[in-house]
Write a protein that binds this ligand. Structure first.
Ligand code: SF4
Length: 310
């Protein structure tokens, strides 16, 4: 089945089923990002919001999902894949990197984000939800079920503790490891959004090329970099916040009250200082403990089946 007929397959219930592989799932997600008209800012020249996603798969019974219930990791409220979907076999997770034009629009010095960034944050998440729904339909067409916890009624956040953490699911699926700024650092950087769906289809898990939670960020282990510490306007990152390195409640106030007030005529909020103009913004930092001999080559191979797929 070529790419063109694969897209039609989603709409044609009579089309024959083929075995679902990482390459087909990733290919479908990439094509959706490439072609769906919702992947565009509504303002101005309708800049594209997201580039091709990085997609990974975790086994639903990966023991790390149980560890997420530990206080201080995510917390006891966090639900396992099988608590979301009885019979779940796999968790499909992805990272959507911001298009370069949106990233570069972010001012280097101002304490306020660009309009393109705040619009991309809001409208890009609308698109991310569309991708979640499209992938669920794609899984259903292959004879499975799928749900996106973030779109379910049971999804809630109590005292900053969510019942499903997209970032932690992506960590388990091999997408990337954490930075002290709290975002996931991937081979395509940290400036993006994450999504996931849980399915009862058994898909081979993708490799997890790291062992430690902060493996791609050199600050905790080597004391190097630290570029995000002074860049965060709410002063929310630093060793004074203990093992988590940050106080997210300060960011909530900054995004809601400061950025939200600045963009109140647009209805946008959310800051992105800790995702832009950093050594980890669009790649794994070169001074990471991971010896990437050819970081550019690694980035270029990020969407090849052999890179993530088992
Ligand atoms: S800017 Fe540097 S210290 Fe901060 S998360 Fe990125 S790699 Fe780590």
């Amino acid at each position: 089945m070529n790419a063109a007929s694969e897209y039609a397959y989603l709409l044609d219930p009579a089309a024959p089923r083929e075995t679902l592989t990482w390459a087909r799932l990733s290919g479908f997600a990439r094509r959706f990002v490439e072609e769906d008209p919702r992947n565009a800012l509504p303002e101005g020249e309708r800049l594209r919001i997201w580039d091709a996603p990085l997609l990974g798969v975790a086994a639903a019974d990966d023991p790390l999902f149980t560890q997420l219930k530990t206080p201080g990791v995510v917390g006891p409220l966090h639900r396992s894949p099988r608590e979301w979907l009885p019979g779940a076999q796999s968790v499909v997770s992805w990272f959507l990197p911001y298009n370069q034009a949106v990233r570069k629009s972010y001012p280097k010095k101002s304490s306020m984000p660009s309009l393109a960034w705040v619009s991309g944050r809001r409208n890009g998440e609308v698109f991310n939800n569309a991708l979640r729904r499209a992938l669920i339909r794609f899984l259903e067409k292959h004879g499975g079920q799928g749900i996106a916890p973030s779109n379910e009624a049971q999804y809630q956040t109590v005292g900053m503790i969510p019942t499903w953490s997209e970032r932690h699911a992506a960590f388990i699926a091999g997408i990337g490891s954490f930075g002290i700024h709290g975002a996931l650092i991937t081979v395509l950087g940290c400036a993006g959004r994450i999504g996931s769906v849980i399915t009862d289809l058994a898909l081979p898990p993708t490799p997890r090329p790291y062992r430690e939670i902060y493996e791609y960020c050199p600050y905790p282990s080597l004391g190097k970099c630290g570029a995000c510490v002074p860049r965060r306007p709410a002063r929310a990152i630093g060793a004074e916040f203990g093992g988590n390195w940050r106080d997210n409640s300060r960011c909530v106030v900054q995004g809601r009250d400061v950025v939200g007030d600045f963009f109140k005529d647009w209805g946008y909020h959310s800051c992105g200082h800790c995702l832009t103009w950093l050594p980890c913004a669009d790649r794994i930092p070169r001074i990471s403990r991971i010896p990437l001999a050819h970081p550019q080559e690694t980035r270029e191979r990020a969407h090849e089946p052999s890179f993530l797929a088992a």
